[in-house]
Design a protein around this ligand. Structure first.
Ligand SMILES: NC(=O)c1ccc[n+]([C@@H]2O[C@H](COP(=O)([O-])OP(=O)(O)OC[C@H]3O[C@@H](n4cnc5c(N)ncnc54)[C@H](OP(=O)(O)O)[C@@H]3O)[C@@H](O)[C@H]2O)c1
Length: 484
């Protein structure tokens, strides 16, 4: 790993404190003796020692207080810029000073951990003082959201491309840093067992769920402008779907993989009106605690139609997936926090075990859990010991935690990839735009958001859409976590 300077715009913000600083400290620890200096940038004037204290507090859980303080003192810096464009000459000088003082070769990461409205000003500012290239490599990291619709995403990409080349740009979708997601590629393309059955002949349906138990506390003003389609479906769930559905790439290079993901997006049929259900949570109970409804939040307009849940069926026009529905489901105030991909195989063509066993036979299901417990389960039917022919579904179970102990946080994986220059897990401009293009008609003419109680899995109409899928995993159990 090259020695580098990691510049975080929004260095004192929530993302930097909770995710980026701990991930950087973790990365340095696990990479050995890599030289990584961090420069937090903000508009708020702050003494360098104050920012070092903030950084030390952020990473103390990882390495203990004394080591955290030493790490921050030796490696963490702070600088201020003004609003868009100004103050960048001073920043450029500061960067060179830090690099010279610490014998860094001029490799630089610029991470935009700032509100989206500030992205373009900072990019322009970096370009105006020549910080878009340097003595070593220069990389730009952009957080979601990449636009709020197709037109704004195209505009943002165009403006960033005026300053940075696509090969320098890393658009983060932190779901792609999860081990289970990366393992999807290995799972599919290193195991002939799975890849040879990964098609319409063997698979009946695919279901992707990202459920949150939290509501919009404290973020309602922002969320009401966004909603679940923009916040979750357009990026995280769509990214997961493309990895499940993509063809084998010609090689494992970042662009070969991303080419295949774009092809998946282009193969999706225009989304039918009756394939989308929007929901909005009302009052209810989560974990036994009463919680207010979305419209009761003082920052939400009383007539808001913003969806806090979306259930959707996608139809792919491709040789591999024709006729196999892909269900996407996400929502806030669902009963639990759970992200999973469930791949349901087709039933055997003949019910050899007789009609009385029909209900006992379940299709095989591969369930990949991304959070909270990264791992997977493969459910298959077995005979219960004894004279009677009773059949139950039993999972093969694999847990990353049990097999490997600690696994890196998604952000740690992604930050290490940025420093290594590997763009595989980052979203290319044409991918972002293809995803927006798919959902733009729904954004232009959104359906009415149907009510569901907090603590439920979305509105009944969403269940009805899922119930079309002939999966024992889906309609009845709802949680998609069957107990044999
Ligand atoms: N927090 C998360 O878990 C999370 C997750 C995914 C994506 N994101 C994305 O990451 C970005 C940062 O999120 P956050 O939660 O860390 O936000 P935040 O805490 O509200 O703000 C981050 C920092 O941005 C700076 N800032 C605010 N307005 C600015 C402006 N107009 N121009 C330049 N800098 C400005 C602020 O520092 P100064 O006032 O000192 O300039 C602030 O410390 C956002 O794009 C967000 O959507 C966050």
């Amino acid at each position: 790993m090259d020695a580098h300077l990691f510049v975080i715009f929004g260095g004192s913000g929530d993302l930097a404190k909770r995710k980026l600083l701990p991930a950087l400290a973790g990365m340095v620890r696990h990479a050995g003796d890599v030289s990584c200096h961090v420069l937090g940038v903000g508009r708020t004037p702050m003494e360098e020692s104050e920012y070092q204290d903030l950084a030390a507090r952020s990473v103390a859980g990882l390495m203990g207080q004394p080591e955290a303080a030493n790490w921050a003192k030796a490696n963490v810096h702070y600088a201020t810029t003004d609003e868009a464009g100004s103050g960048f000459e001073g920043l450029a000088e500061r960067i060179v000073t830090i690099e010279q003082a610490n014998s860094l070769p001029g490799n630089r990461v610029f991470y935009l951990a700032i509100p989206p409205k500030a992205f373009e000003g900072v990019v322009e500012g970096l370009g105006s003082v020549g910080l878009n290239s340097g003595p070593g490599w220069t990389r730009l990291v952009v957080e979601k959201p990449i636009g709020h619709d197709l037109a704004s995403a195209v505009e943002l990409n165009t403006n960033i491309h005026k300053v940075f080349d696509e090969s320098q740009i890393y658009r983060i979708d932190h779901y792609l840093g999860k081990e289970t997601v990366q393992n999807l590629l290995v799972f599919r393309f290193a195991n002939h067992l799975f890849e040879s059955t990964w098609n319409r002949d063997r698979i009946a349906l695919v279901e992707i769920t990202v459920a949150e138990d939290l509501g919009v506390e404290g973020r309602a003003g922002y969320y009401d402008q966004t909603g679940a389609l923009r916040d979750m479906i357009q990026n995280h769930l769509t990214q997961l779907m493309t990895l499940i559905a993509m063809e084998p790439p010609v090689d494992f290079s970042a662009d070969a993989i991303r080419d295949e993901k774009v092809k998946v997006l282009r193969s999706i049929q225009a989304i039918r009106r009756d394939d989308v259900v929007f929901g909005q949570y009302g009052p209810g109970a989560v974990d036994g605690e009463s919680v207010p409804g979305y419209l009761e939040d003082p920052d939400v307009p009383v007539d808001s139609n913003t969806p806090t849940a979306v259930v959707m069926r996608l139809r792919l026009n491709s040789w591999r997936w024709q006729g196999v529905p892909f269900y996407l489901r996400t929502g806030k105030r669902f009963p639990e926090r759970l992200t999973q991909i469930a791949v349901t195989y087709r039933e055997p063509p003949v019910a050899l075990f007789g009609i009385q066993h029909r209900d006992m036979l379940k299709p095989d299901v591969l369930r990949l859990e991304l959070q909270p417990n990264e791992g997977f389960e493969l459910y298959f039917d077995v005979k219960v010991p004894g004279n009677r022919l009773d059949i139950v579904s039993i999972p093969f179970h694999f847990s990353y935690d049990e097999a490997f102990g600690r696994i890196p946080e998604a952000y740690e994986t992604l930050l290490a990839d940025i420093v290594e220059g590997d763009q595989t897990l980052f979203v290319r401009a044409d991918e972002v735009e293809a995803a927006w293009r798919l959902y733009q008609p729904i954004l232009d003419d959104p359906p009415r958001s149907l009510p569901y109680g907090a603590g439920e899995w979305g509105p009944d109409e969403g269940d009805a859409l899922l119930a079309h899928a002939e999966s024992w995993f889906m309609p009845n159990s709802r949680v998609h976590r069957p107990h044999p």
